[in-house]
Design a protein around this ligand. Structure first.
Ligand code: TRP
Length: 479
């Protein structure tokens, strides 16, 4: 068992997975994407993808962690041996580690903005400010590499501290304090939004479905968001799954994670849009929704500075509980593979991701244009890193689905899942066909817009499909 231990309680995996899933994706990205894509129709596609694709892959990824009881890379290596599949599937672990590293690098920078706004709110600096002042303030933050680097450093160091203290003393104890506090704050902000804002307008914006409103781009973003928000396809869930109690139900836990994550996104959306509509502001502000529109709404409301401050503390906590799950898979790998101590492993991962994060910092100011990234890829370093993760995450999810559904010895998978044969058959149908089809659809529509990626991506898809078929033939009696 390579020294791997297990969470203290049967329910800790649920807590940890919710901590990973609920993050900037729910509080920052989901509301602004919904705002840009016209509301209800976007949410419909998002929810459908979560249920048909997200949950089955979430089950698969957790299962890979729990059966191997190792960090993602070592775990995949182990499974390819014990199930006698191609070694190439180990790339799932490497791809996951690469994505975790890339996501952490920019996630920490954006979480740093929330740190800045917590400070601004609690000191009352924005009380009564007008739209121009607030948007100038945000632009000034983006223009300052020094400020952004400072916040980025603080945030990533905080995350490193928690992971460095180990899965029990650090991650578990941290989550046990943070998560309940986050839910309380979320409810407080919702109630505040209902009292001071326009919850009717928010609800009809979020829950009125008109599928015709949705562009193809919106479809893709909804599906991409459902992967991002569940932390899928990159080993974070696998790493946490490795510590999951064998008594806990994989299927029920995964459904609970997806349910809570979706509920948090909806409540956050409801609260944020109540405030935005209540203040007569626009929904389609993009990434600035949380950092410009929302502070403006708080600026003129009773106790706005206090509630706004508390809201940004919520954002910070949610980001922190996610970022620790980005560090864990890589740190666990370094400990297992190179016999490092946990603090050493965490330091290596975090220092590297911190340095990489500087690329995101400068993408908003000194390197905003005219860099090698612009000439090669037509976008800033930050946008390029984001694009890479948007490719890696679904690709990882796709490979996890294929590996679990086709390559593994199915009788053992069935034992590990421990569900009724009907549910097992449903799950397997979803990971074998529906998931891969949905992800390929997202790829094929996104990638051609980015010249140069088409061939490698299609190539890897074909290689992966070939594996799947190869594995199928190898286990002549797969069920
Ligand atoms: N789910 C996180 C959020 O919604 C973001 C995320 C994506 C993530 N992949 C992850 C977090 C992997 C931790 C691990 O903010």
């Amino acid at each position: 068992m390579s020294g791997h231990n297990v969470w203290t309680h049967k329910g800790t995996f649920l807590l940890a997975a919710v901590g990973s899933a609920v993050g900037l994706g729910n509080l920052w990205r989901f509301p602004y994407l919904t705002g840009e894509n016209g509301g209800g129709a976007f949410i419909l596609i998002y929810a459908l993808t979560i249920f048909a694709v997200g949950i089955p892959i979430l089950i698969a990824e957790t299962m890979l962690g729990r059966t191997s009881r190792r960090s993602p890379i070592m775990g995949m290596r182990h499974l390819t041996k014990t199930h006698r599949t191609s070694r190439a599937w180990e790339s799932i672990g490497w791809l996951g580690a690469a994505s975790a590293f890339l996501i952490l690098s920019f996630y920490s920078v954006i979480a740093g903005w929330a740190l800045h706004y917590t400070w601004l709110m609690l000191t009352g600096s924005l009380v009564g400010a007008d739209a121009q002042t607030i948007s100038d303030g945000f632009n000034a933050l983006l223009a300052s590499p020094r400020l952004m680097t400072m916040y980025h450093t603080l945030f990533i160091a905080g995350s490193a501290l928690i992971v460095g203290m180990g899965i029990h003393k650090g991650i578990e104890s941290g989550l046990r304090i943070m998560m309940p506090a986050l839910f309380v704050i979320l409810i407080v902000v919702l109630i505040y939004g209902i009292i001071n804002g326009d919850v009717g307008a928010a609800a009809s914006f979020l829950f009125t479905f008109n599928i015709g409103d949705l562009s193809l781009e919106g479809w893709l973003q909804a599906m991409g968001q459902s992967f991002f928000t569940l932390s899928l396809g990159m080993g974070a869930i696998m790493a946490y799954g490795a510590y999951m109690s064998s008594d806990a139900s994989l299927t029920r836990t995964a459904i609970a994670v997806a349910f809570v994550d979706t509920a948090v996104a909806m409540v956050a959306g409801l609260a944020i849009f109540s405030l935005v509509f209540g203040a007569g502001l626009e929904t389609g502000q993009g990434p600035g929704l949380m950092f410009v529109t929302l502070p403006l709404a708080f600026a003129d409301m009773p106790f706005g500075a206090l509630v706004g401050g508390v809201f940004f503390i919520l954002v910070l906590g949610a980001a922190l509980s996610s970022s620790i799950s980005l560090i864990e898979p890589v740190a666990a790998f370094l400990v297992e593979r190179f016999d490092m101590t946990r603090p050493q492993a965490v330091t290596i991962m975090v220092v590297a991701a911190w340095a990489m994060g500087l690329l995101t910092v400068v993408s908003f100011n000194v390197w905003a244009e005219g860099t090698i990234f612009h000439s090669l890829f037509g976008r800033s370093a930050f946008e390029f890193i984001e694009l890479l993760t948007n490719i890696f995450m679904p690709l990882g999810g796709l490979m996890i689905a294929l590996f679990a559904g086709w390559a593994l010895t199915q009788s053992e998978v069935m034992k590990e899942l421990g569900t009724h044969p009907t549910w097992f058959a449903l799950w397997r149908f979803l990971v074998r066909f529906v998931g891969p089809a949905a992800v390929s659809f997202v790829f094929l529509r996104t990638i051609p817009q980015v010249e140069g990626y088409l061939i490698p991506t299609l190539g890897s898809l074909i290689i992966v499909a070939a594996f799947a078929i190869g594995q199928r033939l190898r286990h002549s009696n797969p069920s």
